[in-house]
Design a protein around this ligand. Structure first.
Ligand SMILES: [Zn+2]
Length: 347
């Protein structure tokens, strides 16, 4: 039943989403797919002027103690990419970054524009690799001259890594170009699917433009005016050869964030997440990320302040075409979301 979007497995949701192209501000293909997946699961679905997609699931009677709260979940639809800045006389495209793109990672990659045009990334001849900068790199779309290049691509066109997701370790892990944050989007959709009797009014927001500074989440938080918020995003790991020291490992469970550069998560909400994880035997780890941020940044400082936390899916090689996630960690993320939302939130 490949086309029955209501019965997709978590791995299929993530894989389908990760293969779509949606650089910041150009999330339409991702939004279309998510809309198709959430429409059968939600009581109401709408989009706002910036392109954020909202799916609401209202509380059901029975079994809930405590006060129903307005809970906002946020997962971002956009991915990093590049934008064409000019086309030279021989048809090579010069470009700038959309979000955190590394020149060293881009070199030798293929990129795809939203119309399907594929290009190869290379650089001017350099004496030393440390001289590699985006300004010295170009994209070759195979056009023999500027005129032919312009028929295909215009200044302002955006491209992303051209790479299909692959299942690793017998399907227990996934490698792909946009696990950040399609893994989070997939986990939030799956949580909506499994949430049979929410105790709270849950608004899942699939946000735009996170990679350029969480620009979609701010108006979304204003619109939802939540009592409590949770961002679901990826985080780095410290478990690869000579990795930057970090106490998060792939396959060790959902990461409950303590802080990053955008937020210090609400201690009460964080503790509640830890308790729910323990109560239900859900593997978890604590995360301190000393770089980066998520949608929880603008959400927790919106209106008069929103107690916010972040559930992170540990991801190796973030912002490369080979971001690797462990499906057990994604599953733990879904289970913790469901347990949180099917019980009281005494904040
Ligand atoms: Zn992200």
């Amino acid at each position: 039943m490949a086309n029955d979007v209501t019965s997709l497995a978590l791995v299929d949701r993530i894989e389908r989403l990760a293969n779509l192209t949606g650089p910041s501000g150009h999330e339409a293909p991702v939004r279309r797919e998510i809309r198709a997946q959430v429409e059968p699961l939600a009581d109401e679905v709408w989009e706002d002027a910036l392109g954020n997609l909202y799916a609401v699931k209202r509380p059901r009677d029975g079994g809930c103690s405590g006060r129903p709260r307005k809970v906002m979940l946020a997962a971002h639809m956009d991915e990093i990419g590049v934008v064409v800045t000019h086309i030279d006389e021989r048809g090579f495209l010069r470009f700038a970054a959309v979000g955190g793109v590394s020149p060293a990672v881009l070199l030798g990659q293929r990129v795809v524009f939203q119309d399907g045009t594929v290009g190869v990334v290379d650089a001017e001849h350099l004496e030393e690799i440390k001289d590699l900068k985006l300004e010295r790199m170009f994209i070759d779309i195979g056009a023999p001259n500027a005129e032919r290049a312009r028929e295909k691509v215009s200044v302002g066109a955006m491209a992303t890594y051209h790479r299909t997701a692959e299942r690793l370790d017998g399907g227990r892990r996934l490698a792909g170009k946009a696990m950040d944050d399609r893994a989070g989007c997939g986990a939030v959709i799956e949580a909506l699917a499994r949430l049979e009797r929410p105790c709270h009014e849950v608004t899942a927001v699939f946000t735009v433009q996170e990679e350029v500074g969480s620009r979609g989440a701010r108006p979304a938080a204003f619109r939802v005016a939540p009592d409590v918020a949770l961002a679901v995003d990826v985080t780095a790991t410290g478990d690869t050869p000579k990795a930057r020291t970090m106490a998060v490992s792939l396959g060790q469970g959902v990461a409950i964030k303590v802080k990053d550069r955008s937020v210090i998560t609400h201690p009460g909400l964080r503790q509640l997440l830890v308790e729910r994880a323990r109560q239900h035997g859900i593997p978890y780890q604590m995360e301190v990320l000393d770089f980066g941020g998520t949608d929880a940044g603008p959400i927790h400082t919106s209106r008069d302040g929103v107690p916010s936390a972040v559930l992170s899916i540990p991801t190796r090689y973030v912002h490369t075409p080979g971001e690797v996630v462990d499906l057990g960690d994604a599953e733990a993320t879904v289970r913790l979301l469901v347990q949180l939302l099917q019980d009281e939130i005494p904040l």
